[in-house]
Design a protein around this ligand. Sequence first.
Ligand code: AMP
Ligand code: ZN
Length: 128
Amino acid sequence: MSVGGDATGVGRAAVPGCPFCGIVAGELPARVIWETDLVIAFRDIAPVAPVHVLIVPRAHVPDALSLDASHAALLAELAVVGRRVAEAEGVASSGYRLVFNVGEDGGNTVSHLHLHLLGGRPMAWPPG
Ligand code: AMP
Ligand code: ZN
């Protein structure tokens, strides 16, 4: 479950020290390319593909392990914004990858849920 409040993040305080809460609040810089009531999408600061965008809930959901059925609308929004960003970035036809990194083995480093959108080059499988 999320840490209180609703999935929109409306009326919910940012988590101190969280970089993505800082971006959502406009307190930290970011190259924002898409915004809705529920999510914000901005370019990754250290891209690993020609297109590397993070799609982030405005609410501080810690990670994918924190998700439950109450996040259904948020999850739909993340995927739909992923589609819109892919179209806007010109990778919808060539293909792209959507990734949640979870936990240590998953390579998660920022504890605020984010969906990576990677595109613009062929992706290997299995991932490293
Ligand atoms: P993960 O390893 O899945 O937690 O991914 C975190 C991602 O956030 C990494 O790809 C980082 O490069 C990216 N990142 C960290 N801080 C920022 C920031 N301030 N603005 C944009 N991207 C960031
Ligand atoms: Zn946060």
